[in-house]
Ligand binder design. Sequence first.
Ligand code: UD1
Length: 347
Amino acid sequence: MKRILVTGGSGFIGSHTSINLLQKDYEVVIVDSFINSSRFFYERIKNLAKRIDSNLLRRIILFEGDIRDKNLLEGIFRKSINEGKRIEGVIHFAGLKAVAESLKEPSKYWDFNFIGTFRLIEVMEKYECRTLIFSSSATVYGCSKDFLITESAIVNPINPYGHTKAAVENFLKNIYDSQPDKWRIACLRYFNPIGAHSTGMIGENPNGMPNNIFPFINQVAIGKIERLEIFGNDWETSDGTCIRDYIHVMDLAEGHILSLEFLFENECRFINLNLGTGIGTSVLELVNIFQEVNKVKVPFIYTDRRVGDVARIVADNGFALSILNWKPTKTINEMCKDGWKWQQVKG
Ligand code: UD1
C-alpha cells in the first residue's frame, strides 16, 4: 500500500482526490494550511471516508501547516520514514487561484505558488521521493484561439496567477531534465472543474465571495446572492455567452489517480496533460441546465465582459484519453445535480 502526500488535500479538488485515493487503497497524508479551507471541512472528508468504509479512517492523516515551511515538510517525510512507510508520491494542489487577487497582489501568488513548490521539490529531493503530480491549469494557454486546445498549444498566460502556474511547469521540467532517470512528473492542466461528490458531503467551499461561476450559481439559487451577472452576451458564440469545458470534479479526481499510476508503472518522464471533457458549454446553457435539472430559479442579468475572458476554451483531451485509459463519464446534468446537492447539504 503506497503512501501519498497530498498538499492542499482539504481543498475542492484535493478533497475529492483524497477520498478517491483512499478508496483505491492508498494511504493519504494531507498537508493543508486551511487558508482556503477549514478544519471543519477536513472533518467532512473524514465523515465521508467513514461512511464509505470506517477502515478508511485509519489511512488518512492531517498535518496543519504551510508547505513553504521547510521544517514542517521535512518533519512529515521523516515521520513517515520512521514509521517504516516512506512517502512514495506527491499530489500537489496547495496554492492560490483567484485571478483578480493575483493582479492586485502578484508577490503573494509568486510566494505561495512558486516558492511553495520550490520548497516541496527541495524536500522531495532530499528524501528521494521523485514522483509528482502538479495541479496546473488551462489558464497557462492564455487567450488561445484554437477550437480545441492541445498540450502543444503556445503557453502564454495573461495574468500573474497564470504566470505562476506556467513558471512552476517550467521549473519542474528543469528538475526533470537535470535527472531524467529519476523524476516522474505530470502537470495536469485542468479546464473548469465543477460539481461535487454524489453524496453532497464535500464540494467547492470558497471563503467569501466566489470567483468562479459554479459556486456563484449555487449561491444565487439558494438565495445568498440576489442574481448572477453573466459577463457579456456579445461574444462570437451561438448564444453570445462564453463557452467553457466544464468537468465533474470526480472525473478530475480519477484523472489524478490514473496519472499517478501511470507514472508509477512507466519509465521516468515529464508530461503535460489536459484534463477536460472536450465538450463546450456556454454560460447561458449552464444556467439553463442547472435550473431545469434542479428545478430552481437562477435570476441573472447580462453585464459587460470581464477583463481577461476569452470566448471559448475547450480541451483536446486526446492525450489523456490515450495514455491514461481515462474517460470523463459524468454529464453536465450530473455536474449541476451533484453541485447543487452539496450546496443544499452545506446550507
Ligand atoms: C477562471 C480563470 C482561470 C482560472 C480558473 C480557476 C479568469 C479570467 N480565468 O477561469 O484563469 O484557471 O478560473 O478556477 O478569471 N462568469 C460569469 N459570471 C460570473 C463568473 C463567471 O458570467 O459571475 C463566466 C465567465 O465569464 C466565464 C465562465 O463564466 O466565461 C467561467 O468563469 P470562471 O468560473 O471564472 O472560470 P474561467 O474564467 O474559465
